[in-house]
Design a protein around this ligand. Sequence first.
Ligand SMILES: NC(=O)CCC(=O)C(=O)O
Length: 265
Amino acid sequence: MTTPLRLAVIQMNIVAGDPEANFAKMQTRLEEAAALSPKPDLIILPEMWNTGYALTEIQALADPDGERTKRTISAFCRKYAINVLAGSIAQLRGDTVTNTVHVFDRTGSEIAEYSKIHLFQLMNEHLHLESGTEPGRFDLEGVPAGMMICYDIRFPELARKLALEGARIVFVPAEWPHPRLHHWRTLLQARAIENQMYVVSCNTVGESGGSNFFGHSMVIDPWGEVIAEALEEETILAADVDLGLVEEVRNRIPVFADRRPELYS
Ligand SMILES: NC(=O)CCC(=O)C(=O)O
C-alpha cells in the first residue's frame, strides 16, 4: 500500500447571486477542513461556489480574472500547507465568463486551471458562459490527476482521454440538482469502473437559484466501490485514497491493454 492521500470534500449550500456570503462561508469551511485530524492533503470545493447559477447577472458577479479567488485560496494554502482544488468559480475574462477551476499546491502556487468544456443547456449555461477548450490535468504531488465539471461526466470520451493520458484520480466539482440523483451516482461509478481510477465528486446541497441540489458528494475507488458518500446536508466528507489500488485493479482486469482503438472510429 502506498501512502494514502487524505481528502476533504466541502459539500456546502451556495447563495445564488451573493459572492460575499459565499466567500464568507467558503473561508469558514476551509478553516474547519484544515482543523480536521488528520489534516487533509487536499480540499475540494463545489462548482460555481462564488455566484451559484445567477446566470442573468453573471457578468456583474463573476470574479474578474479570478483574482479574488486566487488571492484568498493561495493565502489559505500557504498558511496551512494544504492543496486546494478550488471547485469552480464564475470568472470574468474581458467580456466573457467561464466556469473555471483553479488548483493550488501547499505553497499557495497555482498549478492548474480548467474551464468547463461541456456547457449544460438545461440550466442555460450556453447562453451566458464561454466553454473551455482544453482538458484539465495536473500533478497532485507526483500523482497524475484530472478534472471534469458536473455535466462533463456525461461524456465518457473526456474521462477516457484523461485516463489514457495518465490520470489515476479525477475530481468533479458540481452543482447537480434533483431529480437526477440516479444519473449522478451511476455516471460517477461508471467513469471510475471503466477507467479503473478514483473519482471524487463535490456537489452543492440545498436550494439555490430555484434548483434543489441533493449533495451526495462521493469518493469512488477504481473498483467502483463507494468509499465515502455524503447525505443531503452541508458537511465535510473526509476520505483516504490509496493510489496504489489503481495499478492493482488495472493489473487484475487489463482493460487498457485490451482496448481496440483501431475499431472504434
Ligand atoms: N451544473 C451542471 O452541469 C448540471 C448537470 C446536470 O444536472 C446533469 O443532469 O447533467
